[in-house]
Design a protein around this ligand. Structure first.
Ligand code: NDP
Length: 590
């Protein structure tokens, strides 16, 4: 790489700071509202009249959630010979993210051969390098059948309460369908991004047109389906709030179907080339045993700047992330090199906009001004191109967002945009309190609620165990490792949890929980390693990744393991191998 002119880098840094300042909001995470508050939480895919008799039972494990996390928990338990488990799921099927997200154009921009888990065991060959949501949802159902998970599932079932009975050494789960399930172990695998959020906009409920969040797409209104064109929109003016990874997939589809499309932008995404292609069957069938693990590890290695000799997936992620520019530089030369790399990668994204978007004014507004690790990067081959269509209009809010709504539509800079349909592509809660995201408040030992124990944020050992909540295991990035390929993280996390449960059963351990000292030490491990990341983040535009720039204890305790996912996994492996369950308090059967 030829070193960019230092003055361009300095100018970019100033611009980053100016854009960040515009975007910062005092309310932090409190700027968002929930779908329930606005009556937008209806499940479009489920039978609303579904009923069943309540279940009363005693099982070994209850798994909350039927997305990849819950399914992988069930599969990992099964592989360890633990088959007496129940999966509780709010939706009407497996799939999690891929059950809810059926918006037009929905797909996964992580290579399908590493995103779809257990391909070697199921024998399934993905059709394309980047699988559509429809294909992924179908694969979740296939996993459910292949591993016999349907027999364990209670769908359209929400947990109403969860209470630890110390005398019995059991959790009592009560659901909103009147089920009473006693269980020895409880795995909270309810989703990493399952609680959709809405922007808190003054007058949002006054809007008189049709509105929904992308996770609740209403094809009855738009016409079409995830695989068919939306044929009811030809005479409709449609607005979409948000320009994140979801919106960039939706906009091209709306552009194709609607009369007019208004895209309300607060912070532009960096959008690189996706490069979709069919999977070559001969290549796929020639892969040697163990290929998926190798490929998965290789991708995670590439995407976390480990620079392995080869990049097996070889796509835009690797190009952008192969050098981790958040790391602590050894000296001034390395600092300058890292800054130059970061600048060049983002310049590449900005140049692409100039190349693709015809109107220079629109192109300028679409440019992302922040560092490459600040927000999730995006890859798509039709998003930027959509702005060359006469029916697509970018409404740039200059970092402020839509702040007012009338019966007709959003108001930006005093101009009202009358709409027939408003789509909220406004994302999900990620670092808010677990209790808020779960929708119930677990009651642990001595009647202490999780909301009390975690009043100032997460207290955990490895992000998994917590004091006062025996046999309660959490699958979450918070205080755990983070993987760009979520499914890689989920596979590792659920493997660890199923190991813990197997160990408890094998050794007659009645209950296991973290000690307070171990939780504090773990937090210190997270914080000690997070210096460079925190420094990098300080110049980042707000996002869900940095708790909207909040400096609260809740945000500080939402730290993730500041290193490659495999370093977190290695930490867990070493802990398991040590064999003494360090940092836990266990009780044994008499
Ligand atoms: P995001 O949180 O990334 O995006 C929400 C969008 O809404 C942002 O553009 C945000 O702006 C905008 N917004 C919020 N409030 C306002 C407001 N008042 N006015 C205007 N705009 C507003 O959610 P997504 O659903 O797009 O993506 C969430 C995550 O889901 C991704 O980061 C990714 O991890 C995952 N995902 C993965 C995909 C894949 O292909 N693998 C596809 C889709 C999603 P701002 O940026 O300023 O906050």
């Amino acid at each position: 790489m030829t070193r960019p002119d230092p003055s361009s880098i300095e100018a970019a840094k100033e611009r980053y700071e100016a854009e960040r300042a515009k975007r910062l909001r005092d309310e932090g995470l409190a700027q968002y509202e929930s779908l329930k508050d606005h009556d937008l939480d209806r499940d479009p895919w489920a039978d609303p009249d579904f009923t069943r008799d309540p279940v009363t039972e005693d099982v070994e494990v209850v798994v909350l959630g039927g997305g990849f996390a819950g399914m992988l928990a069930g599969i990992n338990l099964t592989k360890r010979g633990i088959t007496d488990f129940r999966i509780l799921e709010k939706a009407a099927d497996f799939g999690g993210t891929w059950y809810w997200n059926r918006y037009p154009g929905c797909m996964c921009d992580v290579d399908s051969t590493i995103y779809l888990p257990l391909l070697e065991e199921t024998g399934y060959m993905p059709t394309e390098k980047y699988a559509s949501a429809t294909e992924i949802f179908g694969y979740c159902q296939l996993l459910g059948r292949h591993f016999g998970l349907y027999d364990h599932a209670l769908f359209q079932t929400e947990v109403a309460s969860l209470t630890w009975d110390d005398e019995a050494g059991r959790w009592e789960v009560v659901t909103h369908r009147g089920d009473r399930i006693r269980t020895r172990f409880f795995i909270s695998a309810g989703g990493l991004m399952h609680k959709a959020k809405l922007p808190g906009i003054e007058g949002i409920d006054d809007f008189a047109g049709k509105a929904f969040h992308t996770t609740r797409w209403d094809y009855a209104y738009t016409g079409g389906s995830p695989t068919e064109p939306m044929d009811h929109l030809a005479d409709k003016v449609v607005g979409i709030i948000g320009t994140g990874a979801t919106a960039i997939q939706v906009v091209p589809q709306l552009a194709r179907s609607a009369k007019e499309v208004y895209v309300f932008q607060r912070t532009p995404s960096a959008v690189g080339v996706r490069g979709q292609q069919p999977i070559d069957e001969a290549w796929f069938r020639s892969l040697p045993p163990g290929w998926q693990r190798e490929r998965t590890l290789n991708f995670t290695s590439v995407a976390t700047g480990q620079q392995p000799e080869v990049d097996l997936v070889a796509d835009g992620w690797g190009q952008a992330l192969k050098i981790d520019t958040q790391r602590e530089p050894a000296d001034d030369d390395e600092r300058a090199m890292l800054e130059a790399v970061d600048f060049e990668v983002m310049e590449g994204f900005r140049r692409r906009i100039d190349e693709v978007v015809d109107d220079p004014e629109t192109a300028e507004k679409l440019k992302p001004w922040y560092g490459k690790h600040c927000k999730r990067l995006c890859f798509h081959d039709e998003y930027l191109e959509s702005y060359n269509r006469p029916n697509v209009h970018l409404v740039d809010t200059d970092g402020r967002g839509v702040q007012q709504m009338t019966a007709a539509g959003p108001v930006v800079d005093g101009q009202e945009y009358p709409l027939d349909l408003l789509v909220f592509a406004s994302g999900f809660e990620v670092t808010t309190g677990l209790v808020d995201r779960l929708g119930f408040d677990p009651v642990g030992r001595d009647g202490v609620k999780l909301s009390e124990r975690w009043h100032d944020g997460t207290h955990s050992l490895h992000g998994v165990l917590t004091k006062g909540f025996p046999n309660f295991f959490v699958v979450s990035f918070i205080q755990a490792g983070f993987g760009l390929n979520f499914v890689h993280f989920l596979s590792e996390s659920t493997d660890h949890i199923s190991w813990l449960i197997e160990r408890c059963r094998a050794e007659g351990i009645r209950s296991i929980e973290a000690t307070a000292e171990a939780e504090d030490e773990w937090l210190q491990v997270l914080w000690n390693a997070s210096g460079p990341l925190a420094r990098y983040n300080r110049s980042c535009t707000p996002s869900y990744g940095n708790s909207e720039g909040s400096r609260t204890m809740l945000a500080a305790r939402s730290a993730v393991f500041a290193g490659p996912l495999m370093a977190y996994v290695a930490h867990l492996e070493a802990w398991r191998e040590a064999g003494d369950l360090a940092g836990t308090r266990t009780t044994r059967a008499d």
